[in-house]
Design a protein. Sequence first.
Length: 95
Amino acid sequence: MGGWKFSRQMPVGPFICDFLCREVNLIVEVDGGQHCESKRDEARTAWLERQGYRVVRYWNNEVRENLEGVLIDLKSLIGQAHPPAPSRMREGEQE
């Protein structure tokens, strides 16, 4: 994702987020039909946003059938932030 690191199944407060990019405080949720108009999801999103995170949701079928479009959308969401510098090991450090 252009230098941005996304971690999977990450805890944030009392919740487990599908994907998290800490560098830009972006949470990506991939939802099935059980999440349609979910009040619980609305409350969860509100809590996460109060903590400073931006939450975006995609439907499972959207990811399966249009992954390229989802990735383009994500890149546009984080495109205004500068990509993180590549990590450089200092002399004597090991990966």
